[in-house]
Design a binder for this molecule. Structure first.
Ligand code: PPS
Length: 286
């Protein structure tokens, strides 16, 4: 069975992709000062940021993005295959991706100059995207009804843990960690050109206007949906059921409105307000 879970520090992870050892190794990662680390809660724009960083590094040239799958050019730190990839992963800078929360990964990054990019998205769209992904990804447990799924999300019981802990843990480091850039899915959707310029300047890879335009063109939803090195269609049908839906599903802000009833929205709002009362982040909901 593909949907067996691993519990690590009280958080569930898909056992198809992780083991206790792979998770433990991640926490001891010897980060290099040149590393670029993309951090996110699932469904927040991870794949998009992997593409943006790939294109900034190649100055808008599509060769790498069209020939190397995203999991090989920006591998997942905590997944089983990471040590094997690491041995042959000679590109500088290394681009590493992770969904780990700050309370687990923070110690390994302490003292490192690795450039962290934290990507977040409004949680209503996160939970809707995650719900749909559970329906096609066979390494997640069967999705319940949406209200039950939402409840598990709000209780922090889904795989990868609590969205609240994740966002508060990482964004709580802004101002403490010099090497942390917070980008939102909504920033990227509303102004991709500006978002790419911001990331390129943070990474100290200045781009010509023409190079930024090429990055924008190739990082659009439609370009990525058509790029088999970015859209996960290379993954076996038994792992991701492509017949039931696509990873590049909708790519919009505000799709939550199609799933949340008024009652669910009020319920969400009450929990959100209670859990985020110590947090000043503002979200774009639609
Ligand atoms: S994962 O499984 O954690 O790696 O998922 P993640 O990549 O974080 O999030 C997947 C959602 O991001 C959307 N996406 C995009 N939206 C707009 N433009 C671009 N270029 C883009 N690339 C990926 C993807 O469609 C998923 O969101 P939903 O709402 O399900 O469409």
């Amino acid at each position: 069975r593909l949907d067996v879970a691993v519990t690590f520090h009280g958080i569930l992870f898909p056992g198809h992709l992780h083991t206790q050892d792979s998770l433990q190794l991640a926490l001891k990662c010897p980060f290099q000062d040149t590393d670029i680390v993309i951090v996110s809660y699932p469904k927040s724009g991870t794949t998009w940021m992997q593409e943006i960083v790939t294109f900034i590094s190649s100055r808008g040239d599509p060769h790498v993005s069209q020939t190397v799958p995203n999991w090989a050019r920006a591998p997942w730190l905590e997944q089983i295959y990471f040590p094997a990839i690491q041995e042959t992963y000679n590109s500088t800078p290394r681009v590493i991706t992770t969904h780990l929360p700050h309370h687990l990964l923070g110690p390994a990054l302490q003292g490192s100059k690795a450039k962290v990019i934290y990507v977040s998205r409004n949680p209503k769209d996160v939970v809707v995207s995650f719900f749909h992904f559970h329906k096609i990804a066979n390494f997640f447990p069967e999705a319940d009804s949406f209200p039950e799924f939402l409840n598990r999300f709000l209780e922090g019981k889904l795989h990868y843990g609590s969205w609240f802990d994740h966002i508060k843990g990482w964004t709580g480091q802004i101002g403490t960690m010099n090497n942390l850039l917070h980008m939102t899915y909504e920033d990227m959707l509303l102004d991709l050109h500006g978002a790419i310029q911001k990331v390129s300047s943070y990474l100290e890879i200045p781009l010509l206007e023409e190079e930024v335009s090429n990055c924008v063109k190739h990082c659009s939803f439609s370009s990525m949906k058509d790029n088999k090195m970015a859209n996960y269609t290379l993954i076996d049908e038994e792992i991701i059921n492509h017949g039931k839906g696509s990873f590049m599903r909708n790519g919009k802000i505000g799709d939550w409105k199609n799933m949340f009833t008024e009652e669910l929205n009020q319920y969400f709002q009450s929990i959100f307000e209670a859990k985020m009362k110590d947090c000043t982040l503002e979200f774009v909901w639609e």
